[in-house]
Design a binder for this molecule. Structure first.
Ligand SMILES: [Zn+2]
Ligand SMILES: [Zn+2]
Length: 120
């Protein structure tokens, strides 16, 4: 079992309880923690379609498919260098926001997991 994260970090924030995630995103987050990057908050991971609408997400947002996570981290350069190195390892991409980074896989899912089977 994975000790750093819990189901509640990844399920849809509307309370519907749904939660799936491309496994590369989970591996990326574990590497970040092991590289001593502090993740202050995962503000969004999986979103069901009604929650995505409410959040004003794009109609084809990668959050709908478990292909994106939004992480709140320090915006200093050292942190960004670490993040970029780990992104390369898993072939992931990022978008820059004032609060941190949106991380996604691009269009192609590799292995979508149901987080209920992996996290407590
Ligand atoms: Zn929901
Ligand atoms: Zn996002």
């Amino acid at each position: 079992m994975i000790k750093y994260f819990f189901k509640k970090d990844f399920v849809c924030k509307c309370g519907c309880g749904a939660g799936k995630l491309d496994v590369r995103l989970l591996l990326f987050l574990i590497d970040l923690i092991e590289a001593k990057v502090t993740i202050k908050k995962i503000s969004s991971a999986f979103r069901c379609s009604s929650h995505n609408k409410k959040e004003g997400g794009a109609s084809d947002s990668k959050h709908l498919y478990g292909l994106a996570v939004d992480i709140h981290v320090s915006k200093d350069l050292a942190t960004l260098v670490i993040i970029k190195n780990i992104l390369k390892k898993y072939d992931l991409r990022y978008l820059d926001y004032p609060w941190g980074y949106h991380i996604d896989t691009g269009r192609i899912p590799i292995k979508i997991i149901d987080i209920y089977n992996y996290l407590s």
